[in-house]
Design a protein around this ligand. Structure first.
Ligand code: FAD
Length: 440
């Protein structure tokens, strides 16, 4: 392979060796060769991280063939899966056993290994990231040894392995706590940004999985209240007319026209505000829907984009968002949506950005219409990073950020412990790439 690109085509690498091992033995012999040459390696899932986190110019190992669900234990509601299994596969298979993932992010083309390595999250103040549901991790160490780790064996080590950024070894399989299958009832409506800030707790606590999409440069946004309900028969039959309408509304206007508008805005930045306003109006139409949970957890993230996301302590969210809005008086081309989500304080992963504190996640994107590279978002992203850092924010591990080791030591109470454990597994820093070398 000459080049490997991430999903957004914002980062790429030219691995000297790219491997897709199909068995434990082939993976082990690959590691034996790598150990001799002391090459740097990274493991890749789906390559969805909008950063260079998973990139390597030396050895890149894809786990795409480690994609089996090994066991579904309906009684204990636990599953055991290989790390390359797709969230999409779990969403299709688990409901056949009356089970489902308790939380998930906005897209399903991600691997289990990838999501637990970066503490991928959804929204819900009573729920943690996917890492918080891990019950064991089977790891192949750099010397080829294979071992299953769980909390009971070594608490500190396990709290490292549940969100380890691929720095301890190769995750072969994961045991995960899952939920009884649930459906959700969606109440979606237009909600002014200031009204959200004035009543934030009543929103994030009044439904199970509340999220808010803000249309920057406007006072508009859309509230999504998602409430868990029991599974029920649902008809997905649609008339020809409603299929044509859906294509017109979501594909033509929602996607293609939007991409074209943002393309024009690269040359005429003053267009961004009217574009955001137009889509706020369109998306703000009230909707009520019932569906299987994954169908409402996942949503269309439109097209390729730069992304920056921070986890801010919940009690600082209003101040942070207010300051963010003020910064838009200077930075005038911020794309919609700014996504605002919530999660509970976690204790199972030392490096989860929600470790030890209830969290408000703030995600900003800058589209790359038709794949165009640009840097128009840089000024705003830098202001965003500064504001979040000032509010004790921690960056999402999968996304771009400018922080260094000294920042993380301040932000994570167990940073040094994680670092010590990591070095026990990787004395020669073979699992540390350019993206991580400023951190570890
Ligand atoms: C459109 C889009 C929407 C997104 N939505 C959300 C969201 O709603 N919430 C959220 O939190 N995040 C979100 N993300 C980020 C995404 O969840 C993470 O980037 C996730 O890690 C990607 O999974 P992946 O399988 O592509 O992993 P990759 O990007 O391939 O890898 C991520 C990390 O996992 C490591 N890794 C992967 N597999 C293994 C393994 N077997 N052993 C050891 N290490 C491994 C890699 O080395 C790397 O460090 C989104 C990203 C995109 C592009």
């Amino acid at each position: 392979m000459t080049e490997y690109w991430n999903w957004a085509r914002t980062f790429h690498c030219r691995p000297r060796l790219y491997a897709e091992p199909k068995s434990i033995d082939s993976l082990r012999s690959l590691l034996a060769d790598i150990n001799e040459t002391k090459s740097k390696i990274r493991v890749i899932g789906c390559g969805h991280s909008p950063s260079s986190l998973a990139m390597s110019n030396e050895v890149l190992i894809s786990m795409k063939y480690f994609n089996k669900i090994l066991e579904i234990n309906e009684k204990d509601m636990q599953i055991h899966c290989e790390s390359g299994v797709l969230i999409r596969t779990l969403n299709e298979t688990l409901p056949q056993h009356n089970l489902c993932l308790p939380v998930q992010g906005s897209v399903n083309y991600l691997t289990l290994g990838g999501v637990i390595s970066t503490a991928t999250h959804g929204s819900g103040i009573q729920y943690g990231s996917i890492s918080s549901y891990v019950r064991s991790v089977t790891l192949m160490k750099l010397n080829g040894d294979l071992q299953e780790y769980c909390l009971e064996d070594d608490e500190d080590l396990f709290r490292c392995l549940t969100c380890a950024l691929g720095t301890f070894g190769i995750i072969i399989s994961v045991r995960l706590q899952v939920s009884p299958l649930f459906y959700m009832e969606l109440n979606q409506y237009s909600l002014e940004f200031h009204s959200l800030l004035n009543a934030l707790p009543s929103h994030y606590s009044s439904s199970d999985h509340f999220r808010y999409m803000w249309y920057p440069h406007t006072n508009s946004g859309v509230a999504y209240h998602l409430t868990r309900i029991n599974p029920r028969p649902i008809s997905h039959k649609t008339s020809v007319f409603s299929r044509i309408f859906a294509w017109f509304r979501y594909s033509l206007i929602g996607h293609h026209l939007c991409e074209f508008f943002f393309y024009l805005s690269l040359y005429v930045p003053s267009l961004v505000r009217p574009i955001n306003k137009f889509y706020a109006k369109l998306d703000g139409k009230s909707q009520h829907k019932i569906d299987r949970c994954d169908k409402l957890f996942n949503f269309d993230c439109l097209f390729r984009q730069y992304a920056s996301e921070w986890a801010v302590p919940l009690d600082q969210a209003v101040s942070c968002l207010t300051e963010l809005q003020q910064s838009m008086e200077v930075h005038r081309n911020v794309h919609f949506p700014i996504e605002i989500r919530f999660s509970k304080a976690e204790d199972l992963s030392f490096l989860s950005p929600a470790y030890g504190r209830q969290t408000c996640w703030i995600n900003t994107v800058a589209y790359r219409p038709y794949g165009v590279d640009h840097s128009l978002h840089r000024g705003f992203f830098q202001a965003f990073e500064k504001i979040c850092l000032k509010h004790n924010g921690r960056p999402h591990w999968a996304k771009e950020h400018p922080l260094k080791q000294e920042d993380f030591v301040q932000l994570y109470p167990h940073w040094n412990l994680f670092q010590k454990k990591r070095q026990e597994f990787d004395q020669n820093n073979l699992l540390i790439n350019d993206c991580l070398q400023n951190i570890f």
